[in-house]
Design a protein around this ligand. Structure first.
Ligand code: ADP
Ligand code: ADP
Ligand code: MG
Length: 462
């Protein structure tokens, strides 16, 4: 059934992004918010707003009953979960549908299968998609873990099956470390994710993170090519681009086809991302996980394919078939996204919430800024520090980097420290320009360049 009124169960820049997509489809929007977000941009621009609880996410953005009550009260017929919060919570997806509303994402059973990282590895193997060597399913205990690690070889990664956002991962260099870290990891995972399940993977050294965007309508699945997200800090992406500068056409085809095969094997509905590690020395790629939701970095794909992924996921949830055919998609140019966080890159990325007294945002051809800011906005300290995403597009990667530098030279936010200076330094770095990086590249670079990052906060009104 076509959707008339959509409730956004999220906040920040992604809430703004979803409201915009709904509006272009003629759909009314209801923005739920905590008391800390009463004056947010999303609340301001949505058609209606409902307060659902206090600042703590556990009592607002994670409160399923409060969100469903708001949806009923406002007669919403659909819920978009954004990313983070309840986006990969299968019980939430089921509860939304049980309440007679459309969940803008996969069915609960698909989230259970693909959102659980150990279960998804199994699904990938069954679909003939290569996975990182590691345990079959969850670890049964310390002895079993030692046995798997001895077989695959150290170092190994201990991963929480319910982990995400770079959290719930540890590296063990040897058996003693494994014995020591695994119980810690299990108790941390049950505290953080409500699930202590762990699995093991071999550490793939100097790999690149490459992921494939897919879209499904429950019958057909297509891919919208890949993104590369190898520039990471603490296993979180800071700079993402599309297409990957590391792939040739054959590898791209193999990677994208394997992602479609895996998503098709579960009758995937909605937008999703299949993440891989790619070893450019051997040309091998390995599935690591699937994100059964829209991702932070989706705009780079939109820019090179001319699609609106958020609008497409809303249409699909309203019962429409995919409006895009695989054969209509081609890669046009190159796009880069950098995450503008309220953090001080010269001080160990310390969060820097505060008052946005003024700003000057860049514009012009090939420049897009998806954000949550307005002058006078007081950034609440309770949530993650992403303020917005600066996205640039050019005909080539070189053009995109030139546009990124130009855009950053105009970019100014007064009152806060942000990660913007990091990106000017990265865009000027020869190795970044040559895309000679891997997932372990950025952290040592940050150590070496911390002094440079202390300069150049440009717009700080101290
Ligand atoms: P992306 O691949 O879209 O960058 P991330 O993995 O960085 O996604 O996560 C996006 C957001 O969702 C971040 O705010 C992250 O902290 C949050 N997130 C992702 N997975 C989980 C999880 N299992 N538990 C809590 N938060 C999560
Ligand atoms: P999350 O659910 O937190 O996003 P992922 O499994 O996607 O966790 O891994 C996050 C990041 O950790 C990857 O992008 C990569 O940098 C690193 N990583 C994950 N698995 C491995 C591995 N087996 N070997 C080397 N690095 C890995
Ligand atoms: Mg991941």
């Amino acid at each position: 059934m076509p959707i008339h009124k959509l409730l956004i169960a999220n906040r920040g820049e992604i809430a703004v992004r979803i409201i915009r997509a709904a509006r272009t489809l003629g759909i009314k929007t209801v923005q739920v918010h905590s008391t800390a977000d009463a004056d947010s941009l999303a609340v301001e621009i949505a058609d209606e707003a409902v307060e659902i609880g206090p600042p703590a996410a556990s009592k607002s953005y994670l409160d399923v009953d409060a969100i469903l009550d708001a949806a009923r009260k406002k007669d919403a017929d659909a819920v978009h979960p954004g990313y983070g919060f309840l986006a990969e919570n299968a019980d939430f997806a089921d509860a939304v549908e049980a309440a007679g509303m459309a969940f803008i994402g996969p069915r609960g059973e698909t989230i259970r299968r693909m959102g659980d990282k150990a279960a998804a590895r199994k699904a990938a193997k069954e679909a003939g998609v290569p996975t990182v060597p590691g345990s079959e399913g969850l670890l049964a205990g310390a002895a079993a873990a030692r046995q798997v690690a001895d077989e695959i070889g150290y170092p190994v990664m201990i991963k929480a099956t319910a982990g995400g956002g770079g959290r719930g991962i540890r590296i063990a260099q040897n058996g003693d470390e494994l014995d020591q870290l695994a119980p810690q990891a299990a108790s941390e995972a049950s505290a953080a994710f409500g699930d202590g399940g762990l699995y093991l993977e071999k550490v793939i050294e100097r790999a690149r993170h490459i992921e494939v965007q897919i879209l499904g309508d429950g019958k057909n699945v297509i891919h919208c090519f890949e993104r590369e997200c190898s520039l990471q800090r603490r296993r979180q992406k800071v700079w993402e681009e599309a297409p990957s500068p590391a792939l040739n056409e054959d590898t791209r085809e193999a990677l994208c086809t394997s992602a479609v095969r895996l998503a098709s094997s579960v009758g995937y509905r909605g937008a999703g991302t299949i993440e891989y590690l790619y070893d450019d020395a051997t040309g091998e790629f390995y599935f690591i996980e699937m994100n059964t939701r829209i991702q932070v970095e989706h705009p780079v794909t939109e820019e090179i394919t001319g699609t609106d992924l958020v609008a497409e996921m809303i249409r699909i949830a309203g019962g429409a078939p995919l409006s895009i055919r695989q054969g209509d998609l081609a890669i046009d140019g190159h796009a880069i996204e950098v995450r503008i966080n309220a953090e001080d890159p010269s001080n160990n990325f310390m969060p820097f919430p505060g008052l946005v007294s003024d700003f000057r945002f860049p514009g012009g051809p090939g420049v897009r800024f998806d954000h949550m800011l307005y002058p006078g906005y007081q950034i609440p300290p309770f949530y993650d520090s992403l303020l917005g995403k600066l996205i640039v597009k050019g005909n080539s990667r070189e053009d995109a980097i030139a546009r990124l530098k130009s855009a950053l030279s105009e970019f100014r936010i007064d009152g806060l420290k942000t990660t913007a200076p990091l990106f000017m330094a990265l865009a000027s770095d020869e190795q970044v320009q040559a895309s000679a990086f891997h997932t372990g590249w950025l952290e040592p670079w940050l150590e070496e360049n911390s002094a440079r990052l202390a300069q150049n906060q440009g717009g700080i009104a101290a």
